[in-house]
Design a protein around this ligand. Structure first.
Ligand code: AHM
Ligand code: MG
Length: 350
């Protein structure tokens, strides 16, 4: 007889949660579930490396090897390799594409191919690593559209509406994984003492009353009139709303995560006068789409200022897009301002 043991029936591991979510789909074979397990595992590996980043650098400076006798690798390369190698041989994927790699990465012939496509940004916000600021991994999973063999570009260039799962892992004061498979948004916190992601934030919805707006105000001079007017609205001018605080980390995952939990809007608009960023900075496939799926599932919205992000048909792997994401009212308001002040501007071809 079991007695005097702590009651652990309320503890829901990510494995249990993903498995139970799979029960919504009686036809499910468990393949998607296993892809999500593998991503969670990659997240644990990356978390263990990111929390030792400074240490590895100090040790690496001497002999270019770290304490484990591994060659010191840039953290974003390391994260990229970790996700790739944990997924390449599983027989679940047909191809992967990463923000760090110029081309589609089909599963090589020596491994079986599967029916899913994994798109990811291995370490978003990596310019923040040196300053000990939260960074994150973002991922999106699609069903392939080609019938068999190694996946191709066309499998990766699907509109976000086709996504079957998306999420991110944030490496901050704790490590969290937040994901959706189209049945709400759920957050898990890594308990380092047992090495498991445990359900800490079930059924996340964006609070209806927003607290924050997040944008790099340093670029305001480059924005269109509509975006400038929208920003004034968020600051209480233009008959706008009062009491929003400005918070900008410069790590998309961290900015999105805060606004998801507290309410608010993040935007990275097009720089109309900066030839480097005529479509903004953020990548449609690896950043905007997965976070847009999460935002919509949490009751929010995401658009490029005109079109819902999830409805955009991608033209290329590393396509950039303006992004407005967060509380639906605030995302819609941006579209109103852009429509009112910028519609006379010539559309910039993608
Ligand atoms: P990265 O994928 O090269 O890290 O760039 C994306 C990051 C986002 O995390 C963040 O929102 C944005 O770049 C910050 O850009 P800026 O410094 O121009 O404000
Ligand atoms: Mg990125």
């Amino acid at each position: 007889m079991i007695s005097n043991t702590p009651d652990h029936t309320n503890i829901i591991t990510i494995e249990r949660h993903i498995f139970e979510t799979q029960l919504y789909h009686p036809e499910a074979t468990g393949v998607l579930t296993n892809i999500l397990y593998d991503i969670a595992l990659a997240g644990k590996v990356i978390a263990s490396k990111t929390t030792r980043a400074g240490l590895a650098e100090i040790l690496g400076r001497t002999e270019q090897v770290n304490v484990q006798d591994e060659v010191v690798m840039k953290l974003d390369d390391l994260a990229n390799n970790t996700i790739y190698h944990l997924n390449i041989h599983s027989g679940r994927l047909a191809a992967m594409a990463s923000e760090e790699d110029p081309e589609v990465m089909p599963i090589p012939d020596r491994y079986p191919t599967g029916k899913y496509i994994l798109l990811y940004d291995p370490l978003d916000g990596s310019s923040n690593i040196d300053f000990n600021i939260p960074i994150g991994t973002i991922f999106a999973v699609y069903r392939r559209v080609t019938p068999e063999g190694p996946g191709q570009l066309v499998d990766c260039l699907q509109p976000g509406r086709n996504m079957v799962a998306a999420g991110y892992i944030i490496y901050g004061s704790s490590t969290m994984l937040v994901y959706t498979t189209g049945h709400g948004v759920h957050g898990f916190t890594l308990d380092p003492s047992v090495g498991e992601f445990l359900l800490s934030h079930p059924n996340i919805t964006i609070p209806t009353s927003p607290k924050y707006f997040s944008v790099n105000l340093g670029y305001e001079m480059y924005w269109s009139k509509g975006v400038q007017k929208y920003t004034s609205y968020l600051q209480g001018e233009e008959g706008g709303i009062h009491g929003l605080s400005l918070r900008y980390v410069g790590s998309l995952v961290a900015d999105f995560h805060r606004n998801l939990l507290a309410g608010g809007v993040f935007y990275y608009p097009a720089d109309r006068k900066d030839p480097q960023k005529p479509h903004g900075k953020l990548r449609l496939l690896y950043e905007a789409n997965p976070l847009a799926f999460l935002a919509e599932q949490a009751g929010g919205g995401a658009s490029d200022g005109v079109t819902p992000i999830l409805d955009i048909k991608p033209q290329s792997l590393h396509q950039r897009t303006p992004l407005f994401i967060g509380n639906k009212d605030l995302v819609d308001k941006a579209a109103d301002y852009i429509n009112q002040y910028d519609r006379q501007l010539e559309a910039v071809p993608a």
